[in-house]
Design a protein around this ligand. Structure first.
Ligand code: CAA
Length: 262
């Protein structure tokens, strides 16, 4: 299944497809290093929010050897306010309206955390700013060994605002997350693997085979058992031990009945 976005006024620049249990989001603006813009976010959000139940894995990757160079910088260029989605033009609105609009932009980043499926970012080249945040929105990250990530926003006088701060802190801890953001430095794949940002770091030529092996492993077991386990793990950091224990045993009753047929 290929999904077009006929309602979008501008080309979203993203390929959206489903093949059995695997959906793929392909950022496809290689001429601008897969820079992101609101039409792209709307297309990805609409796609993820309406995925069929049989989809168990969502793969996010970029065309042309890079993941994403982040926000399309034409959107923050004061000289290009006529560009569709210009954030400069957006600032004519009230603060609350801008807050609400950014909430809309955050939709695909939130949708990638849906425990109905396991999301995997395949990071080739680099993932900068919104690109890094998109990779962070995924449950798992595979990186090419020469790839890097960078939370560039503070270097531009901005903050990371696409739902990336929470998964970053949860992946690497508060102090390392602060250091990575405040310095806006490049984090190479070797370090990313060492500090828990990437679950696999492989030679670029092995990205596809590594992804295929991971997907096969992720869909090998009962879909409901994996989903319930995913839900438990995703909610764990926001719960007390007693709340988590209750969630575990509640989920297990349903699983025991399903497995044992009672
Ligand atoms: N937006 C729009 N166009 C971009 C772009 C971006 N983010 N990144 C690269 N491009 C364009 C370049 O302008 C260039 O276009 P032309 O061919 O027309 O000149 C083309 O892509 C190729 O770029 P480079 O020649 O620079 O390619 P490179 O491989 O040598 O370098 C790069 C790639 C390191 C990504 C460099 O282009 C770069 O630093 N880009 C800007 C990255 C950036 O600052 N992103 C914003 C981060 S902040 C954010 O995402 C969120 C936020 O602010 C809230």
């Amino acid at each position: 299944m290929n999904t077009n976005q006929p309602d979008s006024a501008v080309d979203p620049g993203v390929g959206l497809s489903v093949d059995g249990a695997v959906a793929t989001v392909l950022l496809d603006r290689p001429d601008v290093r897969n820079a992101q813009h609101p039409a792209m976010w709307a297309a990805i959000a609409g796609f993820l929010e309406s995925l069929p139940d049989e989809v168990r894995v969502v793969v996010v990757r970029g065309a042309g050897g890079t993941f994403s160079a982040g926000l399309d910088l034409s959107l923050v260029d004061p000289g290009q306010t006529e560009v569709e989605g210009s954030l400069v033009a957006t600032l004519a609105r009230s603060d609350q309206e801008v807050v609400d609009l950014i909430g809309e932009y955050q939709r695909p980043f939130v949708a990638l955390a849906d425990p109905r499926f396991i999301s995997i970012a395949v990071v080739d080249g680099y993932a900068i700013g919104a690109g890094f945040q998109l990779a962070l929105a995924c449950d798992l990250r595979i990186m090419a060994e020469d790839a890097w990530v960078c939370m560039k926003e503070p270097a531009l006088g901005l903050v990371p605002d696409l739902a990336g701060t929470k998964p970053l802190v949860e992946a690497v801890g508060y102090s390392r997350a602060l250091e990575i953001c405040a310095t806006a430095r490049k984090v190479g794949a070797e370090e990313a693997g060492r500090i828990g940002l990437a679950q696999s770091v492989v030679p670029r030529a092995q990205l596809d085979s590594t992804l295929a092996d991971l997907v096969a492993s992720l869909v090998a077991h009962d879909a409901t058992a994996v989903r319930r386990t995913h839900e438990l793990l995703a909610a764990a950091s926001g719960r007390s031990l007693d709340e988590q224990r209750l969630a575990e045993r509640t989920a297990q009753v349903g699983r025991l009945r399903a497995v044992l047929g009672r």
